[in-house]
Design a protein around this ligand. Sequence first.
Ligand code: SAM
Ligand code: SF4
Ligand code: SF4
Length: 339
Amino acid sequence: MAKVRDLYNRPVKDLRISVTDRCNFRCTYCMPLDEYVWIDKKEILTFEEITRLANLFIQLGVDKIRLTGGEPLVRRDLEKLICQLSSLNGLNDLSLTTNGSVLAEKAPALKSAGLKRINVSIDTLDPEKFKRITKRGDLARVLEGLFTAQRCGLNPIKINAVIERGVNDDEIIDLVDFSRKNGFAIRFIEYMDVGNSNNWTSEKMVSKKEIIERIKTRFPLREMGRNRGSAPSVDYQFMDGSGDIGVIASVTEPFCSSCTRVRLTADGKFVTCLFSQQGIDLKTPMRNGATDETLAEVIAATWRQRRDRYSDERLEALLSPTGYDPKRRQKIEMITLGG
Ligand code: SAM
Ligand code: SF4
Ligand code: SF4
């Protein structure tokens, strides 16, 4: 099957698979409401269906897969899916992003199933603040999960931290210090207007520039750039050689021109941008007996027409006299899409 490119000549390389839209946390910046319209259980793809579609994406150019959600570790027997995916030919990298809440129990099975590396989301080291941000989370359990994963040999382990002004921007240095001391890499993420309910404003967002300036006051850094030229994170090395950090600057330094990411929702919709309003249904044709060739052609035809560059457009709007209205478009929720 031939590799595909979109209208801006971007190949499809990184597949993010949301294995569930459910989550046991309610982070204020992601999923602030108690209830959402949940995907019906029978619409959720089976592990065999996910593996079949993943294989088609690989044939069209994908070589990296990340499992996400919702909270991927609340999906029962996830290690079985990891086992199936890690045996696919052509896949160079399989990873998982988790809130860490059940990692202490799951890490050994994930490692045995073939998972090599993980990202764990931790925005604060203050237990009370952690509870306020996640609404339902327990920091001690997450840290236990983080260190269990390290003992099991998952490597590298990256910490993801979304920085929100007035909430946890005073902890940037502490988070870096914690990561350096314990052998984790940290990725700071600019707060984004994902979904439709997080009440994002540009004032709440702390820019990459500001994050880096604050870190440099304590830890001198050298910029390394983007891994493979298309990674979302711009990486920096500590001048003393003790590890690295990265910042994902989707708002202030968007990277749409090199965006090779594609998303598969838990109910089998294929989505070409984090800010898309709709996806292309692959589950219905698959369950109606479509062949691999037909499904691959649907994916390829959609990718060839792709013209997404939402974050570029947002920056243009933010810099324009009229400004940017985050509610200008009804987006798919991040828990559905896979963050
Ligand atoms: N539940 C898992 C977790 O929290 O790691 C995986 C799914 S979560 C949607 C994936 C990543 O998206 C997390 O690192 C989270 O911090 C990030 N995220 C969620 N909402 C965000 C927002 N408004 N801006 C930036 N990043 C966000
Ligand atoms: Fe759940 Fe992850 Fe979203 Fe937090 S960021 S609500 S843990 S999906
Ligand atoms: Fe890719 Fe869309 Fe994000 Fe731009 S806004 S980097 S096209 S996912």
